[in-house]
Design a protein around this ligand. Structure first.
Ligand SMILES: NC(=O)c1ccc[n+]([C@@H]2O[C@H](COP(=O)([O-])OP(=O)(O)OC[C@H]3O[C@@H](n4cnc5c(N)ncnc54)[C@H](O)[C@@H]3O)[C@@H](O)[C@H]2O)c1
Length: 521
């Protein structure tokens, strides 16, 4: 099967009134609440144990979901194990074709899917649309990658011997997803596993079961057999029960550091009688720093930092959390960022004029406010006084300065609209601070000197370094994404090596020297 070269799905041109009108229609037509069942094979059990609400208007129930029991987690793994043989034996081209049809299904419903992500996770329109596009990109990208991988790798051949390296699927993959890219991330992990012939049990985030349901619907509509993809909504315990099950071969996780570490421990526990080592693909949190050198163009740096720190209320894993600015530029940068933050408006995700939406849930809002109060007590809090809508989990965007070097505000992943700024002696001082963090997900650099750019690229341990631009918005195929050190197991979603996490290599060596003749009688 020969496919056109991969290209990113174009995002909607939201500056056009006609495009905005289509989204408004889709929002009006959204039928809520969505009911997300435990969906194993053809069995659906609906329930209302999980109530997913609109973070910008918590009175609005967006989805009602069943919470999977440990028994259902086990049943889902067993069903996926039973379906594994036939899906693994399906030619790679046919599996890819199913993924491409799933992409087409999403493309046809892109406005409705964006509307659901907007309601369920308070994703502003442009972000919700980008989430749909990224999910489509993962399907298209991994479909192509799996066909390529299926051809195997070239090995050295010598006379009398034939060597072959092929990649086989590993088995059942538990996909455990976060809420902040409620369509793209679960779809990305599930698509990679399915493209390479694994079967999947998807545990969506408890904050986004409605979007999780759409992911499974898209895959099944595309032709992935019902046995090969199950939906297992639930809280953390459902994810833990799923990951622990001895029938799971691979755990594909994206989420917070502590949960990722727990899953690595779970996988390391190999019970007697186990027939496989569990592999963990873990994409975890970060504490993402932007370095601003003395020669940086602040006209470029200020809007890029504001977008990186406060876009989607600072809830992207790649979001800027600390700015390390050369002392010569510190006062000017703080003043300009303070001015920019004062101009941000906080409001509902469906309001095109709002810059900062609500954070995902009440506990998140409390956490952000706790860190902001701590920053105010320890140092100086700039902003933090924007007018907030009355209902909803809104937090005012703020900047923290003059913090102690050991402050938790500088160390912890806060995951909200709070940005810390520190002055540094020089770029090396900034790199020492980044090196001390442990997290190594994304980072940014604003500098004009190519030698500085090269030196920072060499020393900065992060998985994704962005130079003279915002540090969010990685594109499939263009910026393979994922962290190093405590931020993840070093895999790169949307990159050429990602699928290797979901397969096991097998080498066959055949002696081709014939001794005698095979006669077929
Ligand atoms: N590195 C990346 O690519 C990336 C991308 C997106 C989000 N993230 C990170 O995700 C976090 C935000 O997402 P979140 O709040 O949904 O994270 P989370 O870790 O709280 O939850 C992620 C998923 O794990 C499940 N879970 C919770 N406890 C579990 C347990 N004990 N065992 C198994 N599963 C369990 C949750 O139900 C959810 O489905 C942030 O830390 C962010 O940086 C990282």
């Amino acid at each position: 099967m020969s496919l056109p070269t991969f290209a990113n799905e174009p995002t909607l041109e939201l500056r056009r009134a006609t495009e905005r009108a289509k989204l408004a229609v889709a929002l009006g037509e959204l039928v809520l609440p969505v009911r997300a069942p435990v969906w194993i094979g053809l069995d659906r059990r609906e329930g209302e144990e999980i109530v997913s609400t609109d973070p910008g208007d918590p009175e609005r129930v967006v989805a009602l979901a069943a919470a999977a029991t440990p028994g259902e987690a086990a049943a889902a793994v067993e069903a996926a194990a039973a379906a594994f043989g036939s899906w693994a034996a399906t030619p790679a081209a046919n599996r890819a074709a199913a993924l491409l049809r799933a992409a087409a299904w999403m493309r046809e419903r892109r406005h409705a899917l964006a509307a659901l992500a907007m309601r369920e996770c308070a994703k502003p329109w442009a972000e919700a649309d980008a989430d749909v596009c990224e999910a489509i990109d993962f399907l298209e990208f991994y479909a192509r990658g799996a066909i390529e991988l299926d051809a195997g790798s070239q090995l050295l051949q010598v006379p009398g011997e034939r060597n072959e390296l092929r990649y086989a699927p590993r088995g059942v993959c538990a996909v455990i997803a976060p809420w902040n890219f409620p369509l793209a991330i679960p779809m990305g992990m599930a698509a990679a596993a399915l493209a390479t012939g694994n079967t999947v049990v998807l545990k969506p985030a408890e904050q986004a079961p409605g979007c999780g349901l759409r992911v499974v619907e898209a895959l099944r509509a595309g032709g992935v057999p019902s046995g090969a993809i199950a939906l297992l909504p639930g809280e953390g315990e459902a994810g833990a029960a799923l990951a622990r099950h001895p029938g799971v071969a691979t755990i594909a996780f994206t989420g917070s550091g502590p949960v990722g570490l727990e899953l690595l421990r779970t996988a390391a526990d190999v019970p007697p009688g186990a027939r496989q080592l569990k592999r963990v693909v873990a994409e975890m949190g970060g504490k993402n720093c932007v370095i601003v050198d003395a020669d940086a163009d602040l006209d470029e740096a200020v809007p890029a930092i504001v977008e990186s720190a406060f876009g989607y209320a600072g809830q992207k894993c790649s979001a800027a959390s600390r700015v390390l600015v050369h002392e010569a530029a510190y006062d000017t940068l703080v003043e300009r960022l303070a001015g920019a933050v004062a101009g941000l408006s906080v409001g509902p995700a469906d309001d095109f004029a709002a810059d900062v939406p609500a954070v995902i849930e009440e506990a998140a809002a409390q956490r952000v406010r706790r860190y902001a109060s701590r920053a105010a007590a320890e140092g100086r809090l700039i902003g933090g006084d924007a007018e907030l809508p009355r209902a909803g989990w809104y937090c005012a965007p703020a900047i923290a300065t003059d913090l102690d070097a050991g402050s938790p505000v500088l160390r912890d992943e806060i995951f909200g609209p709070l940005l810390a700024i520190e002055h540094v002696r020089d770029v090396d001082d900034a790199l020492d601070r980044i090196d001390a963090l442990g997290y190594a997900l994304t980072s940014g650099l604003f500098a004009r000197n190519p030698r500085t750019v090269e030196a920072v690229a060499r020393r900065n341990p992060v998985g994704n370094l962005y130079v003279n631009r915002r540090i969010t918005g990685a594109m499939v195929g263009r910026q393979p994404f994922g962290g190093n050190r405590l931020s993840g197991t070093g895999t790169k979603a949307g990159g050429p090596d990602y699928l290797l996490q979901f397969v096991e290599p097998r080498v066959v060596t055949e002696n081709t020297m014939r001794h005698g003749l095979v006669v077929d009688l």
